[in-house]
Design a protein around this ligand. Structure first.
Ligand code: FE2
Ligand code: FE2
Length: 184
C-alpha cells in the first residue's frame, strides 16, 4: 500500500467547492437584484486568495506538480502546464472580482456586471479545474509516483500548513457561517 498523497488535496477541493457554491448563489441573487452583500464578495476573494490559491495551489505547485515533473512528466505542453494556466486564469478572475466589489462598495453600481462576470467565470473555471484534478491528474499521481518520494511530500504539505497554522480552520468556519447565512 503506497502512502496517499492526494487524499487531503481532494478534501481541500471539497471546501473550495462549498465556497464556489456560495459565490454562484450570491451571483444569482445579485443578478436578480436581491443581494447586495459586498462583504461576502470581499470575504470570498480573501478565501480564494488565501485558502484556494496561497495554500492549496501552492501545495500543488511546490509539492505535487514538482514531484510529477521530477518523476518524468513534462513541464510544457502537459497536464501540468494546463493546470498552471488555469491557476493563473483564476487569479485574474479574483483580481476582477475584487476590483468590481470595491467599485460597488464605493457606491458605483457600474461594477456589478464585471463582478457577475468574474464571479461566474471563476466558479465555472474552478469547477472544471477541480474535476480534472480529481478524476485525471490526482489518480495519475497516485499511480505513478514511487513510494520513496511520498513521505517527503507529506512533510512538505505539513510545512506549508505550519506556515499558516490557523488558516484552514478559520476558512472552514467562514464557509460554514456563510452557508447558514446564504443557503438557509
Ligand atoms: Fe489546481
Ligand atoms: Fe487543486
Amino acid at each position: 500500500m503506497k502512502t496517499e498523497v492526494t487524499q487531503e488535496m481532494i478534501a481541500e477541493h471539497r471546501l473550495i467547492l462549498r465556497m464556489i457554491a456560495l459565490v454562484e448563489k450570491s451571483a444569482e441573487r445579485l443578478a436578480r437584484g436581491e443581494f447586495r452583500n459586498w462583504r461576502f464578495f470581499l470575504d470570498a476573494v480573501a478565501f480564494i486568495r488565501d485558502y484556494a490559491d496561497r495554500f492549496h495551489h501552492a501545495k500543488e505547485e511546490a509539492v505535487l506538480f514538482t514531484a510529477l515533473v521530477k518523476n518524468g512528466m513534462p513541464e510544457k505542453q502537459s497536464p501540468i502546464e494546463a493546470m498552471l494556466m488555469e491557476h493563473d486564469a483564476g487569479r485574474a478572475h479574483v483580481r476582477g472580482m475584487e476590483e468590481a466589489t470595491q467599485r460597488a462598495l464605493a457606491g458605483d453600481d457600474s461594477g456589478i456586471p464585471a463582478l457577475l462576470e468574474h464571479a461566474r467565470g471563476y466558479a465555472k473555471l474552478l469547477r472544471g479545474h477541480i474535476n480534472k484534478e480529481d478524476t485525471i491528474l490526482y489518480p495519475l499521481a497516485e499511480r505513478v509516483l514511487p513510494e520513496e518520494m511520498r513521505p517527503a511530500m507529506l512533510d512538505a504539505y505539513r510545512a506549508a500548513e505550519a506556515r499558516a497554522p490557523e488558516l484552514a480552520e478559520t476558512y472552514r468556519r467562514m464557509v460554514e457561517d456563510y452557508e447558514q447565512e446564504i443557503l438557509s
